[in-house]
Design a protein around this ligand. Structure first.
Ligand code: ADP
Length: 547
């Protein structure tokens, strides 16, 4: 019998503890900072961060938490939030990031469903939670963080800095399994109640490794990261974890950051990496154009959450010298699924073709299996034309929602997660999201892409934002209606006819919107995406001209 060959490497658990301990030793002199309104950035070192995180872990233990207890955060991006990002999972608790932009009803549901044990809330957003405090019996303690210079801590509640001062730092982290829960996050409840994704240590660990790769976001110790993506949204795309793993300089955008704050920090701190959803970049663009901020230090703007228009990617590159990297993902995927980087030989292609590739959502990240499947469950060819639902699987894709048996239908019998996103995949492996299942427009039996129409309309020089929605039609069942926000200076001059004339040579006749309405602003969801559900409700009674 021959000697054993399998399993001769250490069974070393892939936990975040390893990243933290390595980071503590290697990057002690590097900087972390938070924007404080009206004051210079608050700065400290990775050594301070590590010491305080161990102190926080001691404080959490002293609060009587037990393994698996949920530690909720209700906060803007800050170094304190980062301390919680690490102290909770490394102690064996579960970091639960709560989105303070949700309705009181959804928030109460989520806190109760997750059975949060303690909540760390920023003083500026605490009143929202206070309003539902009585409906959340599982919450034993509340800790307030002073996020603004004039913040007030309500009587009877703990204060973060005091808690830390009084704590005995933990001297050693507990031994964890890589399958232990590190964090959780609820998706917005677009259909039914919000659902929870629970991230294992292993999922986050592997995701961080992949995200740092050059063919992904290419993050490294050299980067200066500005965190604008809310830390309550899909782990802020996991960048606060990857940033600590790598020892990057990290700046947290603080309470309620505005486009001007982003521009000022980028310019002054020579930020190299800053992600956000497209709506943020549309607003920043207006300001940079008007006031001439220098944002050319940025080497990568990961942009996603909703489709980034090609015109926006081109403008940032050509006018501001800042390169955008389009990516797709979701809360259920920790969140990265695909990243749109050019392959080396594509750099020889005509410029227009290169931008067309970069405007797609990209090819699957290493670690993510991806297929596009039609309504009958048949995998679609990589032809860039056939549409279907994206299904994924991999080590950072959720296998089941937290305690939600009724959502079992989101998984296929052969072990894939059904994303609910409709896309094509081209011969090079780049996906293009054409819609979310709930946003698709089906006119006379044919699907059309509202995303493609929006992207085209937003390339019109007089348009600030555009959302295309389905409205009921007696003959075609549904037809597209374009809801457009003109740029302020074009408010009186832009006409519906101008938009339709602009689109006519660029789209098939049947895809031309039936009408154009001008609106003040596109309603946004809690994370700044277009809320088309609200628009659809608003225009439900819209009468087609030809009906
Ligand atoms: P929700 O938007 O429901 O709150 P997530 O924040 O997890 O939940 O968003 C995930 C969804 O966002 C994806 O399923 C997809 O519809 C959309 N999305 C993410 N990135 C992109 C992108 N680059 N282009 C188009 N849609 C995107």
């Amino acid at each position: 019998m021959s000697a054993r060959l399998d399993n001769l490497m250490m069974n070393y658990p892939l936990t975040l503890t390893q990243f933290f301990e390595r980071s503590r030793r290697l990057w002690a002199r590097k900087t972390l900072a938070t924007r404080v309104p009206g004051q210079p950035l608050f700065r400290y070192t990775y050594a301070d961060f590590a010491e305080r995180t161990m102190r926080l872990a001691g404080a959490l233990r002293a609060l009587g938490l037990r393994k698996g207890d949920r530690v909720a955060t209700f906060a803007w991006n800050s170094h304190r939030h980062l301390e919680l990002y690490w102290a909770a999972p490394l102690s064996g608790y579960v970091l639960h990031t709560l989105n303070f932009r949700l309705s009181a009803k959804d928030l109460a549901y989520i806190v109760n469903h997750a059975e949060d044990a303690v909540v760390f809330a920023d003083a500026s957003v605490w009143p929202q939670l206070q309003a539902i405090r009585d409906q959340c019996p599982s919450v034993r303690r509340i800790v307030i963080m002073r996020d603004t210079p004039d913040a007030v801590v309500p009587p009877g509640l703990l204060e973060y800095e005091e808690l830390l001062r009084g704590a005995t730092p933990l001297d050693a982290w507990p031994q964890l399994a890589e399958t232990d829960a590190a964090g959780m996050c609820y998706t917005s409840g677009t259909t039914g109640n919000p659902k929870g994704a629970v991230y294992t240590h292993r999922a986050v660990y592997v995701h961080c490794l992949a995200q740092g790769m050059k063919d992904s976001f290419g993050l490294s110790e050299e980067d200066v990261i500005l965190h604008v993506v809310p830390m309550f949204h899909a782990n802020a795309w996991c960048v606060p974890f990857t940033g600590v793993m790598l020892g990057s300089t990290q700046i947290f955008a603080g309470p309620n950051p505005q486009p001007r704050d982003i521009c000022e920090i980028v310019q002054a701190e020579k930020v190299t990496f800053v992600g956000a959803v497209p709506t943020v970049w549309i607003a920043v663009k207006e300001l940079v154009e008007k006031e001439g901020y220098d944002i050319s230090s940025i080497r990568c703007i990961p942009i996603g959450g909703s489709a980034a228009p090609q015109s926006l990617i081109e403008l940032y590159e050509k006018k501001f010298g800042a390169s955008m990297t389009h990516a797709w993902g979701m809360t259920e995927m920790t969140p990265i699924g695909t990243v749109s980087r050019l392959k080396s030989y594509m750099r020889e292609w005509p410029e227009e073709q290169q931008y067309a590739v970069r405007a797609k959502q990209g090819y699957p990240s290493v670690g993510v299996d991806l297929r596009v499947v039609d309504e009958e469950g048949r995998e679609q060819p990589w032809d860039g034309k056939s549409m279907g639902e994206i299904q994924v699987r991999g080590p950072w894709v959720l296998a089941s929602y937290y305690n939600t048996p009724e959502s079992a239908d989101r998984f296929t019998a052969d072990g894939w997660f059904r994303t609910g996103d409709i896309a094509t995949i081209d011969p090079e492996g780049y996906i293009q999201i054409t819609d979310r299942t709930k946003d698709v427009i089906k006119s006379g039996g044919e699907f059309m892409s509202s995303v493609a129409l929006e992207s085209l309309i937003m390339s019109h020089p007089k348009v600030l934002e555009a959302a295309v929605i389905a409205v009921p039609h007696p003959k075609w069942i549904e037809r597209p209606l374009a809801c457009i926000v003109p740029k302020p200076e074009a408010r009186d001059s832009l006409t519906a006819a101008e938009i339709l004339e602009f689109l006519r040579p660029q789209v098939a006749k049947w895809m031309l919107p039936d009408d154009v309405v001008f609106i003040e602003a596109v309603p946004k969801t809690g994370v700044g995406k277009f809320d088309k559900k609200l628009l659809r409700e608003q225009y439900r009674g819209w009468k087609p001209k030809d009906a």
